[in-house]
Design a protein around this ligand. Sequence first.
Ligand code: ATP
Length: 680
Amino acid sequence: MTGAQSTRRHMMSTASKNAANQHNILERSFADVTTDAEKELLSTELNYSTRASEKPLEQAKSVEFKMEDRHKECLKSNRDYLLSEISLSAVLLAKLSESGVITDEHLQKLQNTERKDTTKAAVLEFLSEVLPKRGPEAFNLFLKALSESEQRHVAERLKQCLSDVCPEDAGTFERLRSELQSYYKRKLASICPMPWLQSIYLNLTDVFVERQLKLKTNYKGDERIVTMDDIFTPQQTREIPRRLLIEGNPGIGKSTICQTLAHEWGEQSCGRHCGTLCVHSFDLVLYFHAGDFIDEESVAHAVREHLLPSDYSITTSELQGVIKAKNVLIIVDAFDEANAGNRTLDRLIEGDILRHKTLLITSRFNFLENKLRHFESRFTVEGYDEEERLQHVERYAEHKRIDPKPFISMLEEESIRDLCSNPLNLTLLCLLREEDTQLMTTRTALYTSIHRIIKQKAAKRLKLIEAEVEESLLRPLYQFAFEAHRKNETVVREKDSKKVKNFQRICQVGYLTNEVIISRLQKEVRFQFTHKTFVEFLTAKHIAEMDREERMNWMQHLRYANCYIRIKGLAIDDYFKVEQNEAILGFLFGLLEEESAELTQMASLVIKETHFSSEHHHPISSDPLSLYSRCGASHQLLRLIAELNVVPQELADVICERRPPFINIHPSNSHERPFGIFTR
Ligand SMILES: Nc1ncnc2c1ncn2[C@@H]1O[C@H](COP(=O)(O)OP(=O)(O)OP(=O)(O)O)[C@@H](O)[C@H]1O
């Protein structure tokens, strides 16, 4: 399947969502319109739209949005001329109603005025009462209708006037737009999940999974789910929101959303894909990384520096003129990565500059804290649901032209399930699985690979070498994970975070996200690990780096038996399943695979504590608290050594020596696992 086919198929799959959106829009429009006749018109449209029409949407849209100021200005400054030149001919009126600029009711009113008064009066009514309220596209549709009704000279005069108001309009704007469009089309066509490995890339259109966003609907934090088509839809008022924010966890897909918007705009036309006011309604899209504004005194300077080639001839003031005159969307990705001392970006957010332009910012959570009030629409990107996970791996396999089955079965694997809801992790899992299916045989190997990628990504982003990331950022992080795990939590509290000096940079690595809990009395800042399994893996990294004595001491204090305590009539309920330790122990065994003596010592402790050598594992029935151990606990050792690719001889000898009678051990023929255990 070609990229274009796949896009189309993708569009078709979103058609039903779009139909729902259209319905919402029409419903909102219904609430907003004023006259009975308009309500009647919209109600007909609503019925029609449920039969999957797209045309009424155009009309509803024009009821909802205002005309651009420069168009209004142009109509006003030419009013005399227009009154004397325009003929409200049948053809003109037909063209205007065909394109939805006027409704049947408008038509009747205009004709009445013309009959009762004069044509000039009707034209005046049209120019002052009707046209300016018929949406951002009405002006151009009006020019088109004029040209098609033998009044081209009037259309030309209005166009000329527009370019006089903004001399840059004519040539400069067109040139700039096509330069940016072709740049985005080329530059943003692919995704590079590992930025330091440019040879690994995926075609954006092929693999992109349409995202759902949660829109905050009020200050109390109520939310509703919207699709990407709804990003620019007015929410509380009829106005297009001017300051929009998308927040989400690391790797959740914020940058990819920005990239897709700019890339789609580069494609020039949405066809019928976009259900509502979409990215194509903007004359210009300026797509930046937050860091692009550092040391730039204005947006125009940032455009010259970061979006245009150095041999492109345009002055900053020409750029400023175009930005001022046009309907511009400014996309700024990754506020969290470059927010300190970013004065121009701050002014942009606060509306101190370019207040009437649309600004879309993305950030990890809680970096915009005291700036949140500037945003009229706030969205969060959530992790993939089941359907999106499936779509992700299917699109990946289709793009690579390989069998999707191994990827689909990967989604079922218990040990990595929690990783799969994050698009970055899922992409890495797909890449790893494709590269080497052996990697999946141990969890430690898989997490080690992902950890390595995250480390490389952090090194690139923070401009450090990997050894520095390990030493100054990851080691403290392992310690934090260890502490959090000890408290059975997945968070780092603010007071603990203050114990290390570069905590913000530790957060940048991508394992922790800011979390601010605000109660009426006080604000609490904490930092949440993105996944519980990462806490376990990082904890194991910490323990693996301890000296032997400390490690054995930690191990000695673990529980090795399942435990259920129930005392009738008393509210005491202790519940412990041995698997709760097992994740960390498993990673620890995997990480110390090469350290034969360490492994043997750890295994000996597990053998002892889980009564591995004894034949029977009775519940300790004499215990008044009804404490019992199950097979789950006594077989723990076997599950731990499954994390090893190769069982060292020294460890194999200990296990053979201390095996219980019902376990048979035999040398395996397999080169990789020269050790086999069977239980009966
Ligand atoms: N909608 C999507 N469809 C397919 N793949 C996606 C999607 N979103 C994200 N990905 C994959 O996840 C990777 C990471 O996504 P992205 O860089 O957008 O995350 P992010 O939220 O900006 O993360 P960070 O906060 O770390 O910068 C992408 O490189 C891509 O491989």
